[in-house]
Design a protein around this ligand. Sequence first.
Ligand code: NAD
Ligand code: IPM
Ligand code: MN
Length: 354
Amino acid sequence: TGHVNLAVIPGDGIGREVTVEALKVLEAAAPADLKFAQTRYDLGAERYLTTGEVLPDSVLEEIRGQDAILLGAVGGKPNDPNLPPGILERGLLLKLRFALDHYVNLRPSRLFPGSVSPLSADVLAKGDIDFVVVREGTEGPYTGNGGALRVGTPAEVATEVSVNTAFGVERVIRDAFARAQKRPRRKLTLVHKTNVLVNAGSVWWRIFSEVAAEYPDVTTDYAHIDAVMIYLTTDPQRFDVIVTDNLFGDIITDLAAAITGGIGLAASGNVNPDRTAPSMFEPVHGSAPDIAGQLIADPTAAILSGALLLDHLGHPEAAAKIEAAVLADLTAREPGTQRRTPEVGDAIAARVAG
Ligand code: NAD
Ligand code: IPM
Ligand code: MN
């Protein structure tokens, strides 16, 4: 455990800008006897556009042999005629999540003191916002199970069929119960759309109810995805742990980020709880082509993803150091002033070191 082989995939756009800062802080926070051996993988839009390669099998197998992965973000400019939609998202990011069995996509949301929420004072007065979304990471509508017929004709038909296996649903629900049990409130909410998606919904509901019986000390709750959009903006304090499918989890976590200080703060871990392959840590945000190259992206989400990485590797004290440094940095932020990406990274690294 003194030596971590770390795969670094900076990716595209602001992914590259924030990854540098996350690494700075990771190095500063790591205990003296913990050494990171970094291997950088230049994957993403530039590699694809110059070589046609997205994720060669040999590279995937090399990454599989590492201890953990830090990823920035992938994706090019929208509607780039040379970049077919989804080529990087599916061929690189989802390929890694699927191949490395990242079935728990862990996305904590906490409104840190000092950060700004667009929620009204009335809503904020209800109490602290601190919940974690356990998003299923390997199934649902993300599997590519679908197709298109008669493309471009008025008779075109396109399908994206959601895949929900009892195996896949049970393992993520079990993980969520175990996480809920370790938190002070011990509450787990299943989010789905069981009133309409009755096939997938009944698998989720049945397994959720069955596993709940094994966790009598965890309070359970259910909400439909559409109502969750209401609760997140009117009563987010009701949530402790949420477990949900891949697509619902994607949507929930962007809104969750927006209400807890913004997308620039939202961290995530693509976790393989069985440790049969390396887990991957990345900010929730994308490559942000609209601000890339200006060095104005907030690297905090990537930095906090580094804390999740340290925690996963068994270094909770080092992870806590990063969180404390981020908290201090947020509290010191002056509204209306804009620091550059490296200034934020330097400031947080200095707090971690000092
Ligand atoms: P995005 O998250 O890149 O950007 C959404 C908005 O948030 C933009 O206005 C952007 O400027 C802002 N933003 C994002 N991160 C920020 C940060 N750290 N600091 C300040 N502002 C920030 O989402 P998008 O625009 O829908 O997608 C852009 C590209 O990224 C697409 O190709 C998409 O597929 C890809 N994407 C990749 C990932 C990933 O790699 N995990 C995640 C989401 C989107
Ligand atoms: C995310 C992103 C990805 C997702 C895309 C880029 C494949 O939006 O990490 O939230 O949908 O999971
Ligand atoms: Mn997303």
